[in-house]
Design a protein around this ligand. Sequence first.
Ligand code: 28G
Length: 642
Amino acid sequence: MEKFEHEYNAEQIQVLEGLEAVRKRPGMYIGSVSIRGLHHLVYEIVDNCVDEALAGYCKNIHVKIEPGNIICVEDDGRGIPIDIHPKTGISAAETVYTKLHAGGKFGGDSGYKVSGGLHGVGASVVNALSDWTEVTIQRDGGIYQMKFERGKITQKLTKIGDSDKTGTKVRFYADGSIFETLEYEYEVLETRFREMAFLTKGLHILLEDLRGETPRKSDFCFEGGLNSFVEYLNKAKEKLHDKPIYIEKDGEFPVEIAIQYTTAYSENILTFVNNINTIEGGTHLEGFKRALTKVFNDYAKTHNFLKDKDNNLQGDDIREGITAVISVKVKEPQFEGQTKTKLGNSEVTGIVQSMVNESLSSFLEENPAVAKSILEKCVSAARAREAARKARELVRRKSALETTTLPGKLADCSSKVPEECEVYIVEGDSAGGSAKQGRDRRFQAILPLWGKMLNVEKSRADKIYGNDKLNPVIIAVGAGIGADFDITKIRYGKVIIMADADVDGAHIRTLLLTFFFRYMRPLIENGNVYLAQPPLYKLSKRGMDDIYCYTDDDLTKAYKDLEEKGIARDQLALQRYKGLGEMNPEQLWETTMDPARRILIQVQLDDAIEADKTFSMLMGDQVEPRREFIEQNAKYVKNLDI
Ligand code: 28G
């Protein structure tokens, strides 16, 4: 008896130490304590439901954001086992919630866990980082409940009722002393759950937001799986063939792929390993690309699509306009790369490659019309590539000759230290003039743009090189474009788009962002792109310093503050700025350019998937999706950052 108690206590102490470590260094387990980390808590719990779905036992997941930012997740799986471990006296369910890495996230031998978040840490971490957690399990004819505070059990698993159903319900309230914010962002959760539903065919995920006056909900269930995913991604694009090409095989590990070509010039291939978005790609992507290149080249040769038999199509030609989603499930994935989102398992390449080889070549043989439309596009891509190469060489030769020749319109800064330098890309000559006069020339450069900007979404690479609107931007930034882009060569640490706060300004902003997204993506990923925020209003009164307001809310607040100081509305002059041009150099400096006072919005690439969709939609040919977007987002378009 004594021995038993001794072991029990020892075990428990070890458990508590484990969770203390999580509270001490939360970033190690969930990446960060920002809103990202907060969302991660939800994903960790929902991942457990998805695991249960992948095991074949759960059909429905219900996620609620309750008033006060309490998260409630419910599944209809088997329910976490409740049996008591004979040695420790602790229930299996309690162990899952108190033991670090309980179950072993990608446990090779159990073969149970295949999904999992980026950090793959599980429910105990959520428990450790929550103010309180409540777990309710229905199984074996009963309803059982246990409760925790900051990771420590406050109510052991107790039977609280009878039930003939099964499932797990978890409610938690994140710890406000750990996270920077507790305010969940509905759209972010919505995007992730949509993605999860695409990745698990037939799984039903319901998300509800009960915080506001008007509750919101999103209901996801896709019988088409990855086919539905690709159709969703291509919604705003013109398709080369009606239905996606679909490959699904359970060989050494499950592989699922959907492919659909569009008339776009960009490629959009998303890859997932165990439902984790492998942004940096890896061996699965490599296998896919190799197979794609080989199959289309073989088909082109045997069906006489190539004039010059020795001239192969290159991978880039074959991927122009492709939209594809690749999902593999690997027992023990090795994640590499800067953000640990690159699959490293070398055996995966060959397996994916031979699967795609086989399935895709028979698809092409069976669907000659589809094959023809894709190959015609590849061939014209190859021609354009050749033209682009010539154009690029011309630009290169030119820039080799005139290395010091910066665009004539660029007013450069005197510092040559990129980290401290900024370039303002300004719409219009008059605003450009004010910016030139108002700036601090030691570290601020001004590049005015005028006239009609090229829409890169509708142009191939050969049109970009040598384009008289984009060329000054490329040369000013100084790091090349496309595959040649070299972030270490940038001439400015901040590239700031300064445009009017009106429709035309929004248009030029979108055109420039699209260009950066398609041709200088690392610049965005590295956080070098910013939007300047000029004020919308100025409030003035004799004897009082001018007050600048950047949003409508700012203005309302300023009126209120002044009223409290006894200054009534009708004593104040209100100026509404329609354009940057209305400000004199000094005002422009004070409100929009002075690092001590300005507001800059850093353009973030939180979600490359949504960004791709948004850009094709805003800049593409199809009118209907764009109209839908504008109608749906009209009320949010106040503060547009991608
Ligand atoms: C609602 C929010 C989160 C879950 C289950 C179901 C089982 C389980 C969960 O087992 C222990 C370790 C590896 C098998 C498994 C039930 C087998 C039989 C389960 C959830 C046992 C964990 N019966 N549902 N865990 N494994 N849902 N939803 O957490 O070997 S977690």
